[in-house]
Every structure is written in structure tokens, then in C-alpha cells.
Design a protein around this ligand. Sequence first.
Ligand code: G6Q
Length: 547
Amino acid sequence: MATKIKSLTQCAAWKALATHHKQIQKLHLRKLFAKDPKRGQRFIAEAAGLFLDYSKNRITDKTLKLLLQLAKESNLRGKIDAMFSGKKINVTENRAVLHVALREPKGASILVDGKNVVSEVHAVLDKMAEFSNRVRSGEWKGFTGKHIKNIINIGIGGSDLGPVMAYEALKHYSERNLTFRFVSNVDGIDFVEATHDLDPTETLFIISSKTFTTLETMTNARSARDWLLAKFSGDVKAVAKHFVAVSTNAEKVSAFGIDTANMFVFWDWVGGRYSMDSAIGLSTMLAIGPTNYRAMLTGFHELDEHFRTTSFENNLPVLMALLSIWNTDFLGAETVAVLPYEQYLKRFPAYLQQLTMESNGKHVTLDGKKVDYQTSPVYWGEPGTNGQHSFYQLIHQGTRLIPCDFIAFGQALTKLGRHHDILMANVFAQAEALAFGKTAEEVKAEGTADSLVPHRVFEGNRPSNTILAEKLTPEMLGKLVALYEHSVFTQGAIWNIDSFDQWGVELGKVLAQRIVPELESKTVPKLKHDSSTNNLIRCYRKLKSAK
Ligand code: G6Q
């Protein structure tokens, strides 16, 4: 989708935003709220059971108007339509970007190269459901006839972060008689710790890899096969009962020794970081069952439809994206803290790190020109209230501007005394303190000694979004992930970058492959790197053979 629009910073709306920023940069949220008592009821949006309060951002009506204008001038509407209709918007890889097809209902149609991909999606979903039911019911047995009790997903990046996050997020709904583990790191400890207390005769491995060539995953997969075969005196027939694969690469799956009958496919139009609801979600389906999994897909789809059809001023992902662009490109924020007040979402920030930064961490536009504005901020976070007792100090009183996304729910999945009200009191209190702070006058009025006053002042004016929903269900998780997916899409569309490639990941992969033999060779290798890398390699070779 090479675009003919002007460079972003030359757009009328961008220029107007820059001027507008100069005019309002001194405005404080205290003033904005005092001037407009209804602000907290006006700067909100609600859809699909998600409530977004964005009133605690440093914006006025005019800011919003100009941001919406920016979306229009960037042809956001055209770009959304291009994605949903299967156009090859991942230009550097010449691929369609159709994770939205993964959650289309049966009977819908999206064509890629003349093929209806939605019917293929449902055929795989049915196969996953059948397999999941067989494992969950005990009908699928290990090589010695024992029930499968342990499921280990081996994958990395997009083939790991989604499955881990979803498993943790939906643990409440999971089959507790099954043990789930996730191995991603090529550090052997990951595999060793995941398997040390498990019986191979009761263990099923899911090898999740789009390409089935990723060094970490294939190394772990081989160790898994060795671990299994050690138990069965090398009888390779055991592999069929203890290994399944999720991949786009049937040839490599079969070369590894997994029967392609036990393979669940997906397609090159599903990006790794957008694949948790493809067959890559097999571990999720095994954990929560096909019905809950389909509910999650329904949630995804509901938000897809909201994004596709709702006017931008009421469109949750569009609003979140525009606010992120405002904070990043005009207020100069460099990071975003994602702070779920829901322990089950403990891996959500890690998941979002890949979704946001691998997608929008780009330095050139779709037509290869260097951008003259900032693209993705750094995403990070931890569940509340734990973070409050560590890094929140910097958010409240440090020298940097850190916009926060608070995520919280009206109901706890398991009620326990007063816990949930206390949790929620904290999330509201944090957003309030960040926005309004505490002035020197207020601190003095509390009888604070003069010398301590500056230390106890909170400037406030720290922006945040608060996202509320009733409770964390599979459906709600789908909505939440889709909310961020489409916010990432919108930001990338406006920044005019390719949010769906990841060339930055490639260089390190290639260099590592070159270095492996230099570390393993019995004879002293001829090293042709820079002097630092050469020296580190020599040093490692010495350390590894130290007695
Ligand atoms: C995601 C990235 C990357 C990918 C991993 C694993 O968008 O492409 O994180 O998911 O490198 O790749 P495989 O699934 O091919 O093993």
C-alpha cells in the first residue's frame, strides 16, 4: 500500500497540532477539570462492554478535533478497509494482514489470492476442537496408554507470548487436572525446569513455530524428543503420541518426524505477534476448552467490528492510538506503562511489548524514507498494586512523562473478603494522584516542615487512560487484545510505517548462526568479527573449558 499522502509532518493536521501544542503545553489537568466539571463524563467512550475514560489526558476539545483530523488526512479509513479486505498491506513481505479473519464467524468470506480464508480458518478450528476434546477427555493416550496430564508448548516470540499470556489470563477457566508449561528460551534451563518433575509417558509437546526453522524452538524441540525417547529406549513410534505441531511449514514438520496428521496449520497472512487466536492458541484451547476458546474469538470479532464500523470519535482503538500519538510525538513521552489491576493479566504487559514494539518500532515509512517523528514508545508494566510499591515513584515524582494505561474490572473472578474493593480503590487513587498531584500549598497546610515541602510536592499533570470492564472472561480477553491490536494498527497507519514486518529481529538471528560453530569448534577458529566480539568469543572459549 505505497501511499501518495504527504510526509506526515507536512500534513495540515500535524502542523496544526504542533502549533496547538505550543499554545496548551502549560495547561494543567487540575485547570482543565476545574473549568469543565463534566470533563470526566465527556472524554469517555464505551463499546463492546469496554469503558474507556481518557479524560485524564492533557487534551482539550481542540486537541481531539485535530487528532481526528490527522486520522482522516492519513487515510486511516482506507487503510482499515484495505486490511479487512485482504489487501497486501504488509508491503515489505508482500503479504495480506488478516488476523481479523481468524475470528470471523462461519460463513463469512475474505478472499486472499482468490481463496476464501474464513472457511480454512474454521476447518482448522474444528480440528483443534476435536483434538482438544480427545486430550481433555482422556481419549487421546500416550504411547504406553496413559492419559496425558502435562502439556508443554515449545515456541518463542509470537509462538509463545500469546499462549503464555492467554493461559495465565484465563487460568480461572482452565482444566486444573492438566499441567501447562511453556518453554521458549534456548537457555537449557527453561526446558530442564519445565520437565524436571514430569513423566514423559504423560506429557504432550506442542511444537509451535510458523516457520519451523527458529533456532531456539528447534533446539528445544530436539531436546524434548531426546527426553521422550530416552524413556522409550529410542522407539521413535512414541513421537506420534507425544508430539503435535503448529506451523505453516508441513515439509519441515514432517522432516522433524511429526506426522502431518498431527499438525495444525496457519497461514503467512497471520503475523507471529497476531497469532494467539490461530492454531498457535492450541494450548489455550486445551486449557479452557473449545467453547471458551470460541467465546474468546467472539470477543475479538466484536471489537473488530467496532473498529471497522464505528466513527473515529467513538472508536476505542482509534482514540487510544490518537492519544498515544499525542503523548509520543507532541508531549515527548518515551514510554507507556500498562498497569492491569488484575493478577490474571500478569503477562499482559509482556505480551503487549511484542505486539506494540515489534509492530511499530520502525524507522522508515512504507516507501522507505526515514521518518522525522517518533514511532512506537517503549511499553512496559506490571500488575497493580505491586508496581505501586516500586516504580510508581518515578511516574509520580520523576523527571519523565510516563502515560499510563490502567486496566481494571468490576468483579473479581473469585471473591475474597474486601480484596477487590481495596484493589479498585488503588487503581482510582493512582490515576487521580497522577493527574492532580499535590501542590506546595496543600503540603504546607498539612503542617509539613518547610524543608520537606519540595520533596512532598506532586506536580501531577501525568496522563492516563482507565479501561474498565465487568470481568475477565475469555470473551473479554479477546476484546482487550483486539483493542490493542487495532490501536497499534492505527498508530502504524498514521506513522505510515509497516507494522507487520520485523526485519530488526533478523540481523541478530543471522549473526548468532554464524557464531555457533565458532563457539563449538574443537580447533581454534579464525575469527573475523570486530575486536570486541573476537575477544569475547576467545574469552568464552576459555571460560567454558575451565576446570
Ligand atoms: C512475530 C515475530 C517473531 C516470531 C518468532 C517465532 O511477529 O515474527 O516473534 O513469532 O520469531 O517464529 P516462528 O513461529 O517461525 O518460530
